[in-house]
Write a protein that binds this ligand. Structure first.
Ligand SMILES: [Ca+2]
Ligand SMILES: [Ca+2]
Length: 144
């Protein structure tokens, strides 16, 4: 998945390292929005897109069906939050978004979704540490 500078979003369908299909998914995305990660937010077995906008402090989900956006989600405020990861942390088949608060508490916050709708939030870890920066690829936190 690619977002060009002009706001067009493209998808390459891959088979191993080969591109077997491609197309424009959407045109004219505001340049302040970036594709943050993919994850299956509605549990249909197809990857969806998580978007993040650090300028407007927002994150949202696009539910995908191949090259088609099945449903656009509304933006949820990410004020005082820094994106960490998108993964199915509780193994229920649906992806969650994880953030770290940028204030002195430095808590990890997880957002749970049902499709494009944020259903709940949780704070699995407090005082994560001010010194940690960047994003962390947590694919299976239960793995040893
Ligand atoms: Ca999906
Ligand atoms: Ca989950």
């Amino acid at each position: 998945m690619w977002r060009a500078d002009n706001g067009d979003v493209f998808e390459w369908e891959m088979n191993g390292s080969s591109v077997i299909g491609s197309g424009t998914v959407y045109s004219g995305v505001d340049s302040n929005w970036s594709i943050w990660a993919s994850g299956d937010f509605d549990g249909d077995g197809r990857s969806d897109l998580a978007w993040y906008n650090p300028f407007a402090n927002g994150a949202l989900v696009w539910l995908m069906n191949g090259l088609t956006v099945k449903q656009f989600g509304g933006s949820y405020s990410t004020t005082n939050l820094e994106p960490i990861s998108v993964s199915d942390f509780n193994n229920d088949g649906k992806a969650e978004m994880m953030f770290r608060t940028t204030d002195a508490s430095s808590n990890l916050t997880t957002w749970f979704f049902s499709g494009v709708t944020r259903t709940s939030t949780a704070v699995p870890w407090t005082s994560f540490g001010i010194g940690f920066t960047g994003s962390y690829a947590l694919t299976d936190p239960s793995a040893p």
